[in-house]
Write a new protein. Structure first.
Ligand code: GLU
Length: 372
């Protein structure tokens, strides 16, 4: 089981605040972070895409601002995050660059992963960063998130990120080594190495174990597991309280693995073809039909007709000239711009629209062919 980490292609690692900051002093735990980055570097050298979701902004910031111990008010934690995030990003940048990596800071709000237009943007930026060899370091944009539109915990944020970027593995590093049948300090509590299905019984095992620094207890970890596994990633809850925790997992340290329910690819395609209402229709010529069948993207040049009123990121139906449905996909242009660039080569997009948009009307990753 431990080799799940070795075989994964794209791994999201979530680091909890309790690991990054010293409980007594609230200071950043540099030695630990350095060793953690060594883990990341080793996995990158094996050809794996690595993304980090890091907490710690609030706990670092509260120390800098000398805020009192205990629960903070929302506006205090937002203020703390604004201060702490700088130190956090700086530490990552310093340590990652020592290993030759560019560090990319990405601050997300709930809307960035839930609203399709913004989701497409966030995803394509992250994919571009990975292609360019950078290591994305992601956190919630706590400073501007309001109560109603925040995750509040990085466990679920990390799970959303994992499914957004089609990662096949998510590791939640925290101060526990997995799920137990009862609170671990009680006699008779048994560790659960593998969860095939998140049943109500499993959910019942998740007590509230949040520390004062981290928001996520076992409940949010199970909620994260639900999101990640449905998105096609397997997820581990692992103890990060050791140097090089990922290596420890590979070498057989005790963790709980949650089995993936599909592959990232299938999950995404199912999401596009099944759960999204079509907001319009794009009719394409025979050449474009052929290109799609060969697995290529839909370019504006092959588009003949655009019907309906849709936004960028909406799901649309793609038909051939006979009116037969060929595919479903997420459009990179809204209906107004799509009408302007239809039939034109991608090179003309900038002249026609006044901005240089994407070359594809629908990227092949966002396209699902109808079964004949
Ligand atoms: N985003 C918060 C921070 O950086 C952490 C949330 C959590 O602990 O899960 O402090």
């Amino acid at each position: 089981m431990s080799n799940h980490l070795e075989t994964a292609q794209r791994v999201v690692v979530k680091i909890g605040s309790a690991l990054l900051t010293d409980a007594e002093t609230g200071k950043l735990n540099r030695t630990w972070l350095q060793a953690m980055v060594e883990d990341i570097a080793r996995m990158r050298a094996r050809g794996q895409d690595m993304l980090i979701v890091s907490s710690g902004a609030i706990s670092l910031g509260r120390r800098a601002l000398k805020l009192p111990a205990g629960k903070l008010k929302l506006e205090e934690s937002q203020a703390a995050a604004a201060v702490g995030q700088i130190g956090l990003a700086h530490a990552f940048q310093e340590i990652l660059s020592a290993y030759g990596f560019s560090c990319a800071q990405i601050l997300l709000t709930l809307e960035d992963t839930e609203e399709r237009r913004r989701y497409l943007n966030a995803r394509s930026t992250i994919n571009t960063l990975l292609k360019l060899g950078a290591v994305p370091v992601i956190n919630e944009n706590d400073t501007v998130a309001t109560t109603e539109i925040r995750y509040g915990d990085n466990d679920r944020l990390a799970a959303r990120v994992a499914s957004m970027v089609s990662a096949d593995c998510l590791v939640l590093l925290s101060d526990v080594d997995g799920l137990y049948t009862a609170p671990p300090h009680l006699p008779g509590a048994k560790h659960i190495p593998e969860v095939a299905e998140i049943t109500p019984e499993i959910e019942g095992m998740a007590g509230d174990a949040a520390s004062i620094y981290s928001r996520g207890g076992m409940k949010t970890k199970i909620a994260a597991a639900r999101i990640a596994t449905e998105g096609g990633a397997r997820m581990a809850i692992a103890n990060g309280r050791t140097l090089r925790p990922l290596q420890a997992v590979e070498e057989g340290a005790r963790v709980t693995w949650f089995a993936a329910h599909s592959t990232p690819f299938a999950a995404r395609k199912r999401w596009i073809s099944g759960s999204l209402k079509s907001a319009g229709t794009i009719t394409i010529d025979d050449g474009a039909v052929k290109a799609l069948i060969q697995g290529r993207s839909l370019l504006p040049a092959g588009v003949r007709e655009v019907e309906g009123d849709f936004e960028r990121g909406d799901a649309v139906t793609v038909r051939d000239l006979q009116g037969q449905e060929i595919a479903r996909g997420l459009t990179a242009y809204d209906s107004r711009d799509a009408r302007i660039i239809k039939g034109h080569s991608s090179r003309e997009i900038e002249d026609l629209l006044g901005y240089s948009g994407r070359a594809e009307m629908i990227h092949r990753d966002d396209l699902v062919l109808k079964k004949p």
